[in-house]
Each structure stands twice: as structure tokens, then as C-alpha cells.
Design a protein around this ligand. Structure first.
Ligand code: G3P
Length: 215
């Protein structure tokens, strides 16, 4: 499974990229606002750090404007894909942008049939929001599993990005159903590394090594 980081913070991106495990980056207007930067500048900076897909969200509301904004965003760097929220205008814009070779990530996916429609319109990626479904008492990971089953049934090549990830269990659920990508917040990535038995094991090896040096 590919691992993306879900942030617009350059320090976090640089740190996780240095681990050698990072395949791409997703941003959204809320993450960009947290950084107090302009989306175009920030995605250009990210593209200079990470060699992989980078999602930049377009804020237009009509298909015509989405296409114009999408072309502008995609022209910033070859790795930039255009993130658009699921709606009719997005489907129309996705059809046009994808026919021009511009990759679209259809976001705010909350049902498997939304994912199917986005894929049929030519989306390169769909982003089901796991955590936000958990927030309203549904089991968000089921959505990812259902989308994977549909895409596998029909040989659909659109990649599924498990998004709105809130902890390591969401990442594990995504891997178990063969999800293509998880876009993971920095804190969750840090939690994925550690295990108390690993720490205990390292401490014991170090202590035994120190003892053996004295013999
Ligand atoms: O990738 C989408 C993600 O940024 C949304 O996460 O935690 O705001 O639901 P969250």
C-alpha cells in the first residue's frame, strides 16, 4: 500500500520523507489554512520535496471554473493532481480534465456509489473519508472495503485513497482490504512506528551489550 501524508506542513513532510516511506501528499483547504499560506506556493514547495502525487484542492463551484482552476493547478508541477469535491459539476469537470491527462482526486466520498460515479467520470483517485463516518456512528472502514470490492469486481483502475484517517487502526483496516493508498496524518504515522515491546527489547539488547563489553 502506498503511504501519503495528509498535511500542508513542510517540516512534517520533510521529516516523514526522510524515513524513506513516503509516496505522496494530500492537502485540503483546511490544512492549507492552518499553515497560513497560498495553495499554489505551498504545493510547489511540496513538489520540490516529495517525488510522488500531490493533491491540490480546487475551490471553484462550476464545471467550467473547475476545469480552468484545475488546469492552472496542474500546470504548477507534473506531480500535482486536482482535488475536487464529489458533486455533479465535479463529474463533468473530471471527464474533461482526465481526457487532457490531468489527474483528478474526487474527495468527500461517503458512499460506494459516489466512488463508482467518480471512477466512471475518469477520476485517477477517490478519497473515502473514514474518520468522518466514524464520527456519525458508522464504521468508516466498511466504506473503503466496499469500494475496493466494487473496483475489483469490474477491474476499475481508479486508485482508492483511505482519507480522514484518525489512527493506526484505520490504516490497518485499509491494508487488510487491499486499499491502494492511505493518506495519514503526521501523528498517526509516528504512532505506527512504536511498540512498547520493541522499546523494551532495544533497552535489553543495549544493556546486555554494555554488560558484555565489561567481560
Ligand atoms: O484527507 C482528508 C482529511 O484531511 C480529512 O480528515 O480528520 O478532517 O476528517 P479529517
Amino acid at each position: 500500500m502506498k503511504i501519503f501524508i495528509d498535511t500542508a506542513n513542510l517540516d512534517m513532510i520533510k521529516e516523514i520523507n526522510s524515513w524513506g516511506i513516503l509516496d505522496g501528499v494530500t492537502t485540503n483547504p483546511s490544512l492549507i489554512a492552518k499553515e497560513g499560506v497560498d495553495v499554489r506556493t505551498r504545493v510547489r514547495e511540496i513538489a520540490e520535496i516529495v517525488d510522488g502525487p500531490i493533491s491540490a484542492e480546487a475551490m471553484s463551484t462550476t464545471a467550467e471554473e473547475m476545469v480552468k482552476e484545475g488546469r492552472e493547478l496542474a500546470s504548477i508541477h507534473p506531480n500535482i493532481n486536482v482535488k475536487l469535491p464529489m458533486c455533479v459539476e465535479t463529474l463533468k469537470a473530471t471527464k474533461i480534465l482526465s481526457s487532457e491527462g490531468i489527474k483528478v482526486n474526487v474527495t468527500l466520498i461517503f458512499s460506494p456509489l459516489q466512488a463508482l460515479l467518480a471512477a466512471k467520470a475518469g477520476a485517477a483517485f477517490v478519497s473515502p473519508f473514514v474518520g468522518r463516518l466514524d464520527d456519525i456512528g458508522q464504521y468508516g472502514s466498511d466504506l473503503v472495503e466496499e469500494i475496493m470490492a466494487i473496483f475489483n469486481n469490474y477491474g476499475i483502475g481508479t486508485e482508492v485513497i483511505a482519507a480522514s484517517i484518525r489512527g493506526p487502526n484505520h490504516v490497518l483496516d485499509a491494508t487488510l482490504c487491499g486499499c491502494d493508498i492511505a493518506t495519514i496524518p503526521y501523528d498517526t504515522l509516528k504512532k505506527m512506528i512504536g511498540h512498547p515491546k520493541t522499546d523494551e527489547g532495544i533497552a535489553k539488547f543495549v544493556a546486555d551489550y554494555e554488560k558484555s563489553k565489561k567481560n
